[in-house]
Design a protein around this ligand. Structure first.
Ligand code: GTP
Length: 363
């Protein structure tokens, strides 16, 4: 079976970090998101080839992955314009060889059992089966109504709190038959969730399979931080790359993941839930918790970072404080003694010389 992975979105909600890298290459515990998907697919016996549907920053993905990884063949379906979540399926028609195939959003982290989904799809004999997952509050997503045979009868987009027909939502993983191509218009952007699935449901050819296990999608900054935390928590280790040096008086609270050639000075407290990319430099007396620091960033003496994301090669000078939900863009520089309060986004390459004490975006 071939698996088509949708990997071409702009990731607008993750700007400005997604201005310089595709979401699929965002590091999670120092490994790009796409690797988690490929590793999981490589464990599924029936999947031998992955087709990556690429558009935004396609070349960086092709360069990173090449023709094969984790024993999977990797093919690329390149779009000339964004085709949404449905158009890429139609575009890859010729690569899918007239057989059943899997489609998945590339911005997921999950340990779903794909085999059970495939078996269920075959047993039910629909044109498509959607993996469903339970969430506490479906109002951010779309809720799904099923009949007693597992057919999807209705979708309710972003239901008001308490008005959803169920707590089951579309998990962004599908098994499809080639007949699906007849339902997807050619050569334009198509949103499969709203333009294709409701029609299939109306014709009673769409099934839903409740999948259990870990699932999360990475849409917004807080999802990205939680994904990092969840992966670190699951490993519950302190992992260090090559040539990383940590001063003996520094305390590392589990779990953390440090890349290669990281330097951490004396008397720091790092962790829990901290990922530091390659070549990150931290001075003395710093405190970092629940944060992701991209490669090459520098955090000078006595600075603290809590629940934040620091972009590639960003610099925090001495006594800087970055608080929860804030994001410092790539190459931005925060001067001595500055406090960045909760929920501030600083655009790439900005220099900030005064404290920012209200949530805002600094362009
Ligand atoms: P936002 O812009 O923040 O909504 O993020 P996104 O670009 O990831 O959009 P969305 O969350 O709706 O996308 C779900 C999945 O579809 C992601 O894996 C995207 O990479 C992928 N995707 C979205 N649009 C396109 C597209 O035009 N082409 C391809 N190939 N994939 C897409």
């Amino acid at each position: 079976m071939k698996a088509l992975v949708l990997a071409g979105g702009f990731g607008t909600r993750l700007r400005p970090l997604s201005c310089s890298r595709p979401k699929m290459l965002f590091p999670i515990a120092n490994k790009p998101l796409i690797d988690y998907t490929l590793e999981a697919l490589s464990k599924e016996e029936s999947v031998d080839t992955v087709i990556l549907a690429v558009y935004y920053m396609a070349e960086s993905l092709v360069r990173y992955l090449g023709p094969t990884k984790y024993d999977l063949g990797i093919l690329y379906s390149r779009e000339q314009r964004p085709l949404g979540t449905g158009g890429p399926v139609k575009k890859a028609k010729d690569m899918l060889n007239g057989e059943s195939f899997m489609v998945m959003n590339g911005d997921l982290l999950t340990d779903f059992d794909y085999k059970r989904l495939i078996d269920y799809h075959k047993e039910k004999g629909g044109i498509a089966t959607i993996a469903l997952t339970q969430v506490n509050d479906p109002s951010r997503y779309g809720s799904v109504e099923l009949d007693w045979e597992g057919r999807i009868t209705r979708f309710v987009e972003k239901p008001e709190f308490g008005k959803a027909p169920s707590n089951l939502i579309n998990a962004g993983i599908y098994i499809m038959e080639p007949e699906i191509f007849d339902y997807i218009p050619d050569g334009r952007k198509v949103r499969i969730e709203t333009e294709v699935f409701p029609k299939l449901a109306e014709e009673q050819k769409l099934y839903g399979f409740e999948s259990h296990g870990f699932w999360m999608d990475i849409g917004e900054h807080h999802d990205y931080l939680s994904a990092n935390e969840r992966v670190l928590e699951r490993n519950n280790l302190n992992e260090c790359g090559e040539k990383t040096q940590i001063a003996p008086s520094t305390v590392i609270k589990k779990p953390c993941n440090f890349g290669d050639n990281v330097r951490i000075g004396a008397d720091c407290v790092i962790g829990p839930n901290v990922s530091l990319g390659n070549n990150v430099q931290i001075g003395k007396g710093c405190k970092i918790e629940n944060s992701v620091v991209f490669e090459g960033a520098t955090i000078e003496d006595y600075s603290s970072v809590k629940g934040a994301i620091l972009g590639e090669n960003s610099v925090l000078e001495r006594w800087v404080k970055v608080e929860s939900g804030s994001l410092v863009g790539d190459y931005a520089q925060i001067s001595d003694g500055v406090t960045i309060t909760e929920g501030v986004t600083i655009c790439p390459s900005k220099t900030i010389e005064e404290s920012i004490l209200t949530p805002k975006q600094v362009m």
